[in-house]
Design a protein around this ligand. Structure first.
Ligand code: NDP
Length: 314
């Protein structure tokens, strides 16, 4: 192994709105942050198209461009932004060790974890091909583009139920595709779905393929009760089958809930390890918005700055 050691005051892992916002604040506070971008530089917003709900962009912007702007702003104040993926950590000592790309060890006085979460996908080639062209994993982000149209959403948990009712307010018709003959969502959420006239629940249905060349035109389903395939004409296909926080490398070091979301002291970005902070979707399973991620990124940088000041690290 080619071991190189480097000591930094503030290491930021991840490059979504949380990571870049933390970088802007940390750089302006002269913490000389180093930020590793991870496997998907720019994070989940780089796989969306238009963003219309981020304050400050009255005409909207494109997700990938917005993340380029975040990056440019972080660089403007001197953030050292690097390609690289954190592959393991050791939070056992007063100085934290982070291994990047399995061959470079960074020693950091503070670490800001903003590794985000990844939407789970069905895994169909058509889903990948039409991602951003009618296929979306975020109804709150993209539902607006399907006003007055007919859409489908797959999933049966609280997120799917919540997003189905959100879409029903905007769209003419919403089909909710549920793979079993019952939903996992809470009774209250199910009640809301079943009492919304323009939501039709398709029980025991499996998505076989999303149809369309350039944009979504329909979906092919298999009805497990009858064994029959059927086509629905839709223009939007939403996937709401859960998210996976990108927290695997912190197992054993940081407190997390049963699904892997990092736990922070309420009202702060502090994890159970002093000097290690968490921001954005890796620590948030409820809001998951760019603006909330940016807000917690700011909190993490301020918490890191105070921690360093208290420790007398300059
Ligand atoms: P969940 O893991 O709770 O639910 C995922 C759903 O997707 C399940 O119904 C599952 O079906 C279905 N699913 C998984 N894979 C597939 C597949 N390949 N094809 C079809 N369906 C599939 O995720 P959520 O995002 O809904 O919720 C995450 C957590 O956040 C939960 O604890 C939830 O309660 C919470 N939450 C709370 C909210 C609130 O209180 N307002 C709002 C949103 C989330 P199956 O049931 O068959 O396994």
């Amino acid at each position: 192994m080619n071991e190189q050691l480097e000591h930094v005051k503030c290491l930021i892992i991840g490059s979504g709105p949380a990571g870049y916002t933390a970088a802007i604040y940390a750089a302006r506070a002269d913490l000389k942050p180093v930020l590793y971008q991870g496997l998907q530089p720019g994070g989940q917003l780089t796989i969306t198209t238009e963003v219309e709900n981020y304050p400050g962009y009255p005409k909207g912007t494109m997700g990938p461009e917005m993340m380029e702007d975040f990056k440019a702003q972080a660089e403007r104040f001197g953030t050292d932004i690097r390609f690289g993926y954190a592959t393991s950590v050791d939070f056992g000592g007063p100085v934290h060790k982070i291994v990047v790309d399995e061959n470079k060890t960074i020693l950091a006085d503070t670490v800001i974890i903003s590794t985000g979460a990844s939407a789970k996908w069905l895994g169909l080639p058509s889903e990948q091909k039409l991602n951003g062209y009618g296929v979306s994993a975020c109804a709150v982000c993209d539902g607006f583009f399907f006003r007055g149209q007919t859409v489908a959403i797959v999933g049966a948990g609280d997120t799917a139920a919540e997003e189905a009712t959100y879409l029903a307010k905007l769209c003419k018709q919403v089909y909710m595709i549920v793979r079993r003959d019952e939903m996992r969502a809470s009774k209250a959420m199910q009640h809301r779905v079943l009492n919304t006239p323009n939501i039709e629940v398709l029980w025991s249905h499996e998505t076989k393929e999303i149809l369309g060349e350039k944009t979504v035109e329909g979906v092919l389903l298999l009805d497990h009760k009858t064994g029959q395939e059927k086509r629905l004409d839709i223009t939007g296909f939403f996937v709401a089958i859960g998210h996976q926080p990108n927290s695997g490398i912190f197992k054993g070091w940081l407190d997390m809930d049963e699904t892997g979301y990092l736990k922070t002291t309420p009202g702060t970005s502090k994890t159970n390890v002093a000097g290690v902070f968490a921001a954005g979707d890796v620590a948030d399973k409820y809001y998951r918005q760019a603006v909330t991620a940016a807000g917690t990124g700011c909190m993490a940088a301020l918490d890191a700055e105070r921690y360093l000041a208290e420790k007398g690290i300059h």
